[in-house]
Design a protein around this ligand. Structure first.
Ligand code: ADP
Ligand code: MG
Length: 615
């Protein structure tokens, strides 16, 4: 039988390698920026169009390449950075595998102009899908400019797999930050569709962080510095009170390279233990310097996963140095997590005499009267504060209407109709509901005892409300008398502009979205003013995370995020009127049986079940 094994032609091998190195435009950005740094540049410009799908260009003022090197740089395993295997254990450069340019050229249209310092003229090469189209002499500044156009032009499947321009741009920004954060002495610019997004002058490491994440960042940073035999650690952690729900601002760099390490991340979280709320993450920018012999970078083509020889020791040192910094800068005093802003005396009342609470009861109110067309939604979810202190202020509402928007009333024109509700015939005679463990609402229906999971039920109700506002009819927002200023990082801003339309539909309004400090001028009526910042923070974080789940639409992600944030939590008290309203609203939902997370919202314990239990 004839032999069947053959060597793949170079362009096929390159395309296969490209599959590993280039997942999306951001991967190209990473490789080109790293090459510019390796070339000793002091100024690097990144220019992208349409999330990098149309153009990614990196212009540097580094050493440039000779005519031959320029040609050779596109060959696979062509590198100037190592010459034998021994060099792998003493890496000082970012690149060394010699496959980035070859891979990129296999799947895009590449245009490179480069000139070395000692040469009068430079060289201009065009390559399309691994084939050199032209190479000419050109007048060009010292350094290199590489344009990568029409990424994946010859692999439609990969091109179709790319996300929206904004999402791809976000990935690009992430890579840009990762490189810019380790090289504060290099000036970086980022232009997107012709407008400047970042202008980062050469600066100290601390300044670089603020230039990227906004001036407010500076006051949050606490320095970390530790020198040991195994590792030198430098950098910053963010004060515990600024821990976020989003995992955005966590950066480890090992020997000037951004790395991902869940294990070392855990060391930081462990150091912050007891200082931050559960499910929030501390921010950090930590630079580790280890002997190059003790770290293996070559375990993954993108080189973000690395292996340290002595990870356990590293973990221990990292944890204790972060703890030390937290203690030294006395940022470790107790944070009172139980503190509930509901319990604070509203500013206006601080100097006022106490007024006796006046309880008002609407005697004619009948929650079961389904013929009533207008219902006041605002009342339905009026939460009672955990210790009932809010009653102190009862009768004072109206003195300061902007104090708490959750009590704002909106007229809902929708008539409550629900087949299930009608079928089950919720105890029309008694109208009794009560609560169990501040977690369940219990009522009776024809077939037995109805037990509703409050939190899930409320999430379902809010989810459908927000979803319909986003997709069908705009919801009403509450105009803020004094716009609230919120600081967003550029990435957060990018997300907010991406989901802006949906946010506006549910009642948000923003001003100055292009600037660091964004003004929130209106919010959905259910959000109280003190919670706006947190809700937006959570929303952005959830939205970012949600992209992993491709089956959800933007509208669903947002509606879900809002519902999750605003739904009543276990432990919060809910008055009788609100309990009943929740029952009504749940059964008016399109999908009352399941929460947006697809968990059961209620169960019915039938007479038969009870009989069995009482045998
Ligand atoms: P690697 O970076 O792993 O060596 P690349 O494919 O990224 O492999 O680049 C191949 C070679 O091209 C590099 O080793 C370097 O010599 C040269 N090169 C690439 N980009 C630049 C640049 N911006 N300036 C100067 N030389 C460059
Ligand atoms: Mg490289």
């Amino acid at each position: 039988m004839a032999d069947i094994i053959k060597l793949l032609p170079d362009h096929v091998a390159n395309q296969i390698a490209a599959g590993e190195v280039v997942q999306r435009p951001a991967s190209v950005v990473k490789e080109l920026l790293e090459n510019a740094i390796d070339a000793g540049s002091t100024l690097v410009k990144l220019i992208v169009k349409d999330g990098g799908k149309t153009l990614i260009q990196v212009v540097d003022n580094g050493v440039g390449m000779s005519e031959t090197d320029a040609r050779l740089s596109f060959e696979r395993h062509a590198t100037s950075k190592i010459s034998d295997a021994q060099d792998l254990f003493n890496l000082k450069t970012k690149g060394f595998r010699g496959e980035a340019l070859a891979s990129i050229a296999a799947i895009a249209h590449v245009d490179m102009q480069t000139r070395k310092d000692n040469m009068e003229l430079g060289t201009h090469i065009k390559i399309e899908g691994s084939a050199v189209v032209s190479q000419e002499v050109v007048a060009t500044p010292v350094g290199t400019s590489i344009s990568v156009k029409n990424l994946f032009f010859n692999i439609p499947a990969r091109r179709n797999f790319l996300k929206s321009n904004q999402v791809e741009l976000r990935h690009i920004m992430d890579e840009f930050h990762r490189v810019a954060l380790v090289h504060p002495n290099v000036a970086f610019h980022l232009y997107n569709n012709g407008s400047e997004m970042f202008n980062l002058p050469a600066a100290s490491s601390r300044k670089r962080i603020s230039h990227i994440f906004g001036n407010k960042m500076d006051e949050r940073l606490v320095p970390v510095q530790e020198e040991t035999e195994v590792v030198n650690i430098s950098g910053f952690i963010c004060k515990p009170e600024f821990a976020k729900k989003s995992r955005g601002e966590q950066f480890f760099f090992a020997n000037n390279r951004f790395i991902k390490s869940p294990y070392l991340h855990h060391a930081i979280v462990a150091a912050f233990e007891g200082l931050i709320k559960p499910e929030t993450y501390p921010g950090y920018f930590l630079y580790l310097e280890v002997d190059p012999k003790t770290i293996d970078i070559n375990i993954h083509p993108t080189k973000t996963e690395v292996k340290f020889d002595d990870e356990h020791t590293l973990y221990a040192i990292l944890r204790s140095s972060v703890k030390h910094s937290l203690g030294q800068f006395s940022v470790a005093p107790v944070l009172d997590f139980e503190r509930d802003s509901n319990l604070d005396t509203p500013y206006d009342f601080e100097r006022k005499e106490a007024i006796l609470p006046r309880v008002t009861v609407d005697a004619s109110f009948n929650p079961f009267d389904t013929t009533v067309a207008k219902r006041k939604e605002g009342i339905s979810y009026q939460k009672q504060s955990a210790k009932g202190w809010e009653s102190m202020y009862e009768g004072l509402e109206g003195l300061n209407p902007e104090q708490d928007f959750s009590s704002f009333e909106i007229e809902s024109e929708t008539e409550i109709q629900s087949s299930l509700y009608a079928e089950e015939g919720i105890s029309q005679e008694t109208g009794i509901t009560f609560q169990l463990q501040r977690k369940y609402v219990v009522s009776t229906v024809k077939s037995g005892l109805l037990v509703i999971h409050r939190n899930r039920a409320h999430e379902r109700v809010l989810f459908e409300k927000f979803l319909s506002e986003i997709t069908v009819e705009k919801g009403l927002g509450q105009q803020l008398l004094f716009p609230l200023e919120v600081n967003f990082t550029p990435q957060e801003r990018a997300i907010v502009s991406e989901i802006q339309d949906s946010l506006i539909n549910v009642g948000f309004q923003f001003e100055n979205l292009e600037e660091e400090t964004v003004k929130v001028t209106a919010v959905p009526a259910l959000i109280s003013e003190s919670k706006i910042g947190t809700v937006l923070d959570h929303l952005i974080a959830d939205y970012k995370e949600g992209f992993r789940d491709k089956s959800l639409s933007q509208a669903e992600l947002l509606a879900h995020g809002l519902a999750k944030n605003l739904a009543i939590k276990s432990g919060e008290a809910l008055d009788n009127e609100s309990q009943m309203a929740l029952v009504h609203d749940l059964f008016a939902c399109k999908e009352p049986t399941l929460s947006p997370n697809l968990k059961k919202t209620y169960t019915i314990i039938s007479e038969g079940d009870l009989d069995k239990k009482l045998l």
